[in-house]
Design a protein. Structure first.
Lengths: 100, 1001
């Protein structure tokens, strides 16, 4: 069970959270102007990295905030956690695979 | 009950560091009443009494005896206790003896001594690995016929006949350093870290700390090693920053420093105090860990090496040192390493006749030369190739063996009743591997050891492949000090290691198995009866990866998880593959380290505590008035209310008719309620519902449907506009949390620019609906100042008023299809308003109704629930395409035009009516052919159904392919599994008042 660092509450056990979504996926601004393929890509296609993953968590039995974590899918190391509209400066994680 | 051996023939006159000869006690094993001492395990006591046959093996029902001395034991699995407290598959080697303990052997019929199941051994050739698949794949129905016999033959112990009466506890802890194993390395690490001031938790699965020091008489600092262990333990227990936990297993290693422990509290007590939990399950967050669980001895496979009387060498030695027990009278000791020589010396001194030491190494060592000088018969360059005797060993067959492991005929048959075997040691790398640490293979040990710096935690002692006692102490001190330093706890330094006098550690010559005459079984995994032939077969059939070998043969899949067999097995596979052992590798190590009862993991979370019941404000009233409960998202909801003598169906019919003909009252508090406020509140609703909301007038409500982004229906409900910037949304009971989380996701992540607050208020409001032709009159009685006329309080309007002094919000909405009002009050006043409504309702023939009647009413109206909108269903499938606004985007709107969601052949909502007198089977499929035996395609399925008192027949809603075109057809609702069917007419999905006059009037 991971310890997830909620940006508001600090590190809390994983059971307090609900996993939400892949944070690298953006909802198209104007869905009516995208092709069926583009829309299906948005709905279903996800990278499944063996390495760093940006994802959204909901602090379900806590502050009810959504936030982004950068987690390594093999070691579960969490390198960063921040509010969705407040991404960190580019230098935070540069490696595409392998723990720091 | 006959009594066997009246005295303990295997007990020495004195000695045994673990037993208290001043405390004799009695226990029973099967029909025997036997004696032992406090401090014994069941295994040591059985051996002391000369009991050699303790069980029958899993597949072949071969006679088996005690093999080891600890949790690695594969054979001696017994039932301990009886009745509800009976625990199956308990290792006799770890079960502490207490007065009047009841132990019974497992898995034999009619008796342990004479087991008909052993006949299977005669046909052993027919039951190799993979036999189930090969035998039954061609005709699976044969499996159904023979399954019950096979299940009776296989398996181990019997579960207890009643629910577990014990209670279990959960505890949580934090520490700086968690140390597993209180042998020399673990104690040393704990001393170093504890003295430095680190918070230490030291755990050991045994009742006393000391580990291997208790099993072999070595010396530390001039005294018996056991004394050193006791002194170290005492010092640790005196330190306030150290917790010593014995009888505690480190079960699993997880991420972010999480470890689980299972602590046994009463399993060793005859009469535990009632307040004690039987076991405690701990979750520990530790900053660092030292793994010091030691190493597990491994055997060498030879013909019939599973007979009672074949034991691990270190176990024989340990039974003497710890329990004062000699496991036999005459022994042959067989090893490929030096540990056999101190063992032989100790055993001979205690009175065991050593017929021979069979040393398979092609060279002599100092230890073997010394033993020969001490007049021990040492046979270098020989191997035990077979054991004779079935229910107990009679003799060992010995042959010459060369450096390559080739054997030449049998040249000695040595009479003996005990064979001790040692093929070397495997460091217990399980926890290191669970923490994703890497393993390296050491040729000199012929074993896998933790790679140094290969994982996040530290390994020390035999666990790390260090087998000499001095080395264990040194490594332990170093690991503990390093852990403390890394935490910045102190200027931690390593205590100097005391001088030791310990066993020799000469070279080991790898030997996994010796050849056997054709037909003789050489066992690798005793618990699952896996032989060397099974491994060869698996390889021949191309199950050549170690993970395939495991699953195909079940090697290492028993309750012992292959502790004494995995490495032997993979070495044999490597030999077959002609590759070095590291190329084969090990299988994945998974928690728990040893099995433990699920109840420990549950702790107190079972029954009502495990699944807390959510109660509405009038729960007690329901209970007192005959409510029969169902569960909806954890809420207790009444299905119907029983009164004397009525059947459930009779009562449900009454409730349905009451609503249709007079008035009904139902508690609908469980449905989700969300308070939505802000300048952009209407905009949010436009974006999440398929229909329009910005144009909804204040004081009015509207039915809304929400989609998932893939266009499938997510949830639905009526939402009322209480103000320009204020809405009250309702959701289904089951999805209230999900809808709230989704709205928060949209507001925080997708549209952070929207200015809206959403607050869940499901529990804050009590809601009850009054429905039926008398509902208006009843409302007038309750709120005389309210204009309840159809013009004054139209359909879908909101009114606020006061009823019996209680402020109330009233929504004129209807799920039943009758004239209806939903009365919402502060939950604290729920019971008050309920009683007020009931009192006023007497004059209006008001009847309380539950979810079953509500279900019938809404099916009659064709109102869907998640039974219909099951996650695959779009608005058009339910005939709601017209509800989707063309003028705006919403979540899921884009998906509705995807080809898959507009293709013909989709399931569409229809109604089904059974013929009079017929009933629709539960879980029915819709089919064109009423013949239950003929294979055919399903045209769809019934989603909800029941007996409609309104219509006098069974009706249902169904999803049928191209259902709207099927309206008017006669089909069948069939359940081949239950052998039931009904003829049904497919109709439009609304059976009652399709124009909605009754609810709008």
């Amino acid at each position: 069970m991971m310890l997830i660092p909620c940006p508001w509450c600090g590190p809390r056990p994983e059971c307090e959270f609900e996993y939400g979504a892949d944070a690298t996926v953006q909802r198209p601004e104007d869905p009516s102007s995208v092709t069926d393929d583009e829309w299906t890509e948005y709905l279903y296609f996800r990278d499944n990295p063996k390495g760093w993953h940006k994802e959204l968590w909901f602090h379900r039995t806590g502050c009810h905030h959504w936030f982004v974590t950068e987690r390594h899918t093999v070691t579960h190391e969490i390198a960063a956690a921040y509010p969705p509209s407040d991404p960190p400066l580019p230098a935070a994680v540069t490696d595409e695979e392998g723990p720091e | 009950m006959k009594s066997a051996t009246p005295r303990q023939v295997g007990r020495t006159a004195a000695g045994g560091t673990g037993i208290d000869r001043e405390q004799p006690l009695s226990f029973t094993f099967n029909q025997y009443r036997l004696e032992g001492y406090a401090g014994d395990t069941v295994a040591s006591a059985l051996l002391a009494n000369g009991v050699r046959l303790v069980g029958r093996s899993f597949k072949y029902h071969r006679p088996r005896g005690v093999f080891g001395i600890g949790s690695e034991e594969p054979n001696a699995l017994l039932h301990i206790g009886d009745g509800a407290r009976r625990t199956p598959n308990v290792r006799a080697t770890v079960q502490e003896l207490y007065p009047e303990l009841v132990a019974t052997s497992q898995h034999h019929w009619p008796s342990l001594e004479f087991d008909l199941g052993a006949a299977i051994g005669l046909f052993g050739g027919l039951f190799p690995a993979g036999f189930y698949y090969k035998t039954f794949i061609a005709s699976p129905e044969r499996w159904l016929r023979y399954e019950k016999y096979i299940r009776r033959m296989a398996g181990l112990g019997d579960p207890p006949p009643e629910a577990d009466p014990e209670h279990y506890a959960h505890r949580h802890a934090h520490c700086d350093v968690l140390i597993s194993g209180a042998g020399p390395a673990g104690l040393a690490a704990a001393l170093a870290a504890g003295r430095a001031g680190a918070r230490v938790i030291l755990v050991d699965e045994n009742p006393e700390a000391g580990g291997h020091l208790l099993l072999a008489p070595q010396q530390i600092d001039g005294q018996p090693a056991a004394f050193w262990a006791a002194a170290a333990t005492a010092e640790l227990q005196s330190l306030p920053n150290v917790r010593v936990m014995t009888r505690t297993t480190l079960a699993g290693v997880y991420e972010h420093g999480l470890f689980t422990l299972v602590e046994k509290i009463t399993d060793h007590l005859a009469e535990p105090e009632a307040h004690l939990p039987r076991q405690r399950f701990w979750t520990v967050r530790a900053k660092d860990a030292v793994f010091a669980q030691g190493a597990i001895e491994r055997p060498i496979a030879f013909a019939n090496n599973d007979r009672p009387g074949v034991m691990l060498l270190s176990a024989i030695r340990g039974y003497l040192a710890r329990y004062g027990v000699l496991a036999g009278r005459t022994a042959v000791l067989f090893a490929n390493n030096d540990s056999v020589y101190p063992a032989a010396r100790e055993l001979a001194a205690a009175g065991l006749r050593i017929e021979a030491v069979v040393d398979s190494r092609p060279y002599t060592t100092e230890a073997s030369a010394q033993a020969r000088a001490d007049k021990l018969r040492v046979m270098n360059g020989h191997a035990v190739v077979g054991a004779r005797g079935m229910r107990g060993i009679r003799a060992a067959e010995v042959a010459l063996i060369n450096a390559a492991g080739d054997v030449k005929g049998i040249d000695h048959i040595l009479a003996c009743d005990l064979i001790g075997v040692s093929g070397g040691w495997n460091p217990a790398v399980h926890l290191h591997a669970q923490s994703r640490g890497g393993l390296a293979y050491r040729e000199d040990l012929a074993a896998f050891v933790p790679q140094s710096a290969g994982g996040p935690y530290r390994n020390a002692g035999a666990c790390a492949g260090v087998y000499d006692l001095a080395g264990c102490l040194r490594q332990g001190f170093a690991a503990g000090a390093a852990a403390a330093r890394a935490l910045g706890v102190d200027q931690a330094h390593e205590p100097p290691a005391p001088p030791v006098q310990a066993d020799p550690t000469g070279p080991l010559h790898a030997l996994w198995a010796v050849e056997a005459p054709k037909g003789a079984k050489r066992f690798v995994d005793f618990q699952n009866d896996v032989t060397t032939r099974d491994i060869a077969l698996a390889h021949r059939e191309n199950y050549a990866s170690v993970e395939h070998l495991k699953r195909y043969t079940t090697l290492g899949m028993g309750t012992d998880q292959g502790k004494t067999s995995n490495v032997v097995g993979l070495a044999r596979l490597a030999a077959r593959r002609g590759e070095p052992i590291p190329a084969v590798g090990t299988t994945t190590y998974r928690p728990p380290y040893t099995p433990f009862t699920m109840n420990a993991m549950a702790g107190g979370r079972h029954g009502e505590i495990g699944r807390p019941v959510r109660r509405t404000a009038v729960h007690d009233w329901h209970a007192a008035n005959g409510a029969v409960w169902t569960d909806a998202a954890g809420w207790a909801r009444p299905m119907y209310y029983v009164t004397d003598g009525q059947s459930a169906q009779e009562r449900i019919n009454e409730e349905v008719l009451a609503v249709r003909q007079a008035a009904g009252l139902i508690d609908v508090s469980t449905l989700g309620k969300l308070d939505i406020q802000g300048p952009d509140a209407a905009k949010l609703l436009d974006r999440v519902y398929i229909n329009n909301w910005s144009n909804l007038a204040v004081g009015r409500g509207r039915y809304g449907v929400m989609l998932r982004e893939d266009g499938r229906i997510f949830d639905d409900g009526v939402t009322m506009r209480l103000g320009e910037q204020h809405f009250h949304m309702t959701t289904t009971t089951n999805h209230s949390s999900k809808v709230y989380e989704f709205l928060e996701y949209l507001l925080q992540v997708v549209w952070p620019d929207l200015r809206v607050f959403v607050t869940p208020v499901t529990e804050q409001w009590f809601a009850a609906a009054i429905s039926g032709p008398n509902a208006r009159a009843l409302l007038a009685d309750l709120a005389p100042d309210l204009d309840v006329s159809n013009e004054g309080f139209p359909m879908m309007a909101v009114r606020e008023t006061v009823i019996a002094g209680i402020p109330a919000r009233i929504f004129r909405i209807s799920f039943s299809g009758e004239l209806a009002y939903e009365i919402n009050v502060d939950a604290d006043f729920g019971l008050g308003i309920w009683n007020t409504i009931l009192a006023a309702g007497v004059a209006r023939d008001l009847k309380v109704y539950g979810t079953e009647a509500m279900g019938i009413l809404r099916i009659e109206k064709g109102h869907f629930t998640h039974a219909e909108a099951d996650g695959r269903i779009t608005p058009d499938d339910l005939g709601l395409a017209g509800m989707v606004s063309a003028k705006k985007d919403c979540i899921g709107k884009r998906s509705l035009s995807l080809p898959g969601l507009t293709a013909p052949g989709r399931l569409q909502l229809v109604g089904v009516m059974a013929r009079e007198g017929e009933s629709i089977p539960v879980g029915a499929q819709i089919a064109a052919d009423g013949n239950l035996d003929s294979p055919q395609e399903s045209l769809g399925h019934v989603t909800s159904h029941g007996y409609s008192a309104t219509l006098g027949r069974h009706i249902g809603l169904a999803l049928v392919r191209d259902g709207r075109e099927a309206i008017g057809r006669s089909l069948y609702a069939i359940s081949p599994v239950q052998g039931q069917k009904a003829s049904v007419d497919v109709v439009a999905p609304c059976f009652y008042d399709p124009e909605g006059h009754r609810q709008r009037g």
